[in-house]
Design a protein around this ligand. Structure first.
Ligand code: MG
Length: 476
């Protein structure tokens, strides 16, 4: 805790901007030469840019649940969803209402709270944002490719596979719902306009609550596929639809920063910019460079993401921080700066407010890479030990300072480091388990379950959908 961070000041507003599948190398300030991100680059110039920041999962639902609760996904029952890597429409599982989220913690501390954009922590009414501390919510309950969308022959038909597994959907996803709080507000909305609508809703919320502490969680639906963008961004893009989607996110950030400045809230507001997991980085225009690996993998490219914090006068401007930190740190960090009460149950994150103030962090900070409910790797300081790849046991050691792209296994050269990190892996497994090895996790809590789940929408051929079926074939 930094002297004066709380004393004599109001609780800071917090704006948390989370992108979907935006990779480590997708922003100008992280080295992209294909995408134009002038506003986000300015955010970094006015704040602190992290080089070694990790989401707690390489895929959507576990990443989001972990960030919201300060816990590794297995801790909150979000390692695996009846054997699936993320939540699907109409599934019976979601974030348990006994968990404390960023929003419920901050609301209890006096904040106005708003969710805008993607959720993906359960689509049943019990699991929606309004049951998790958000006063209000506007957005879609899961990914933007989980609506009715063209399905050319030869592509993996996820809806059909899910139906065969007994997930309560037909052989096609139900119409994509746009929710206002718990109500389906629209079905199959115009995806091209959604980012601008999210910006407008964010501004409305900031304006309405400018005179009290507020927490805005803006979770973009892009750059997750399919990508629909406004023509002006497409025209200006040097990187196809992907670059246009990145530009639309940059523009939204400018809208929010402009509104904060107009209201005189710059110094009272922490603005955070990040992404839920790495880019797919195949042919779509995304990049995790210089990291190895993509979304879904436990090479760093899967879950090491951009993380920028701006808080004028509190977070030193124009700084680059190479401490190991994670999205699970947000909850205890927000508790510190907002003088909020931590949940009275185990969490995994730690307060990094001293790091944000420019102090050194813990050089022995440990980060656990879970993929599903199986431990895949551990990092401590400069060293990362891979212990599993898929179902296979591995023992590979990488120097994340000297070899950021994980190209050279140095396990044979550093036997003492391997032994030390293996012991840490065992300790983590003793608490959170490892399904691959048949190890129970006594520290795990269950996800929320409903007994009679049903999709939020049902296809009706007479309903006036904006898009009866989205025409792009790309899926995330
Ligand atoms: Mg994602």
């Amino acid at each position: 805790m930094i002297d004066g961070m709380i004393d004599g000041m109001r609780q800071p507003n917090i704006v948390l901007i989370n992108c979907d599948d935006l990779g480590y190398g997708d922003l100008g300030c992280y080295g992209s030469e294909r995408n134009d991100t002038p506003t986000i680059d300015r955010l970094a110039a006015e704040g602190m840019r992290f080089t070694d920041f990790y989401m707690a999962s390489p895929v959507c639902s576990p990443s989001r649940g972990a960030m919201l609760t300060g816990c590794y996904p297995p801790r909150i029952g979000f390692g695996s969803f009846d054997g699936l890597p993320v939540l699907f429409p109409g599934q019976r599982l979601g974030l348990d209402t006994d968990e404390t989220t960023l929003a419920s913690m901050l609301r209890d501390a006096g904040y106005a709270t708003q969710h805008v954009g993607k959720w993906h922590c359960g689509d049943q009414p019990e699991f929606l944002p309004t049951r998790h501390g958000f006063d209000r919510s506007f957005g879609i309950p899961y990914s933007n490719d989980m609506g009715r969308q063209r399905m050319p022959a030869g592509m993996p038909n996820w809806p059909k596979k899910l139906a065969e597994m007994g997930i309560a959907i037909a052989d096609e996803y139900p119409p994509l719902p746009l929710l206002l709080d718990d109500e389906v507000f629209e079905q199959q909305p115009d995806q091209t306009s959604l980012t601008a609508r999210f910006a407008a809703e964010s501004v409305r919320f900031i304006r309405e609550h400018h005179d009290r502490p507020f927490f805005l969680y803006l979770a973009h639906i892009y750059v997750h596929l399919p990508i629909y963008v406004q023509q002006r961004f497409a025209d200006a893009s040097r990187n196809g639809a992907y670059g246009a989607a990145v530009a639309s996110i940059d523009w939204t950030t400018d809208v929010i920063l402009t509104e904060l400045r107009r209201l005189g809230l710059d110094d009272d507001t922490i603005v955070i910019f990040t992404s839920d997991n790495g880019s797919r980085a195949r042919d779509e225009g995304g990049s995790n460079e210089p990291l190895r690996g993509v979304k879904g993998e436990t090479w760093d490219g899967g879950l090491r993401v951009p993380f920028i914090v701006r808080w004028p006068g509190r977070v030193p401007a124009g700084t680059v921080c190479s401490e190991v930190a994670s999205a699970i740190d947000l909850l205890p960090t927000f508790a510190a700066v907002a003088d909020a009460d931590l949940p009275d149950r185990t969490i995994d994150g730690r307060d990094i407010s001293p790091v944000l103030a420019g102090e050194e962090g813990d050089p022995d900070r440990v980060f656990a890479y879970y993929r599903g409910n199986a431990l895949a790797a551990v990092r401590r300081g400069r060293w990362k030990l891979h212990v599993a790849r898929g179902d296979e046991t591995v023992e590979e050691l990488y120097d994340m300072v000297g070899d950021v792209g994980e190209t050279t296994d140095v396990a044979a050269d550093e036997p003492a480091v391997v032994v030390a990190l293996s012991a840490i892996a065992d300790e983590i497994r003793d608490d959170l388990g490892d399904d691959r090895l048949g190890i129970d996790g006594p520290g795990r809590r269950a996800a929320g379950v409903v007994t009679d789940p049903s999709p939020l929408t049902t296809y009706d051929p007479d309903h006036p959908y904006y898009a009866n079926e989205y025409d792009l074939i790309d899926r995330g």
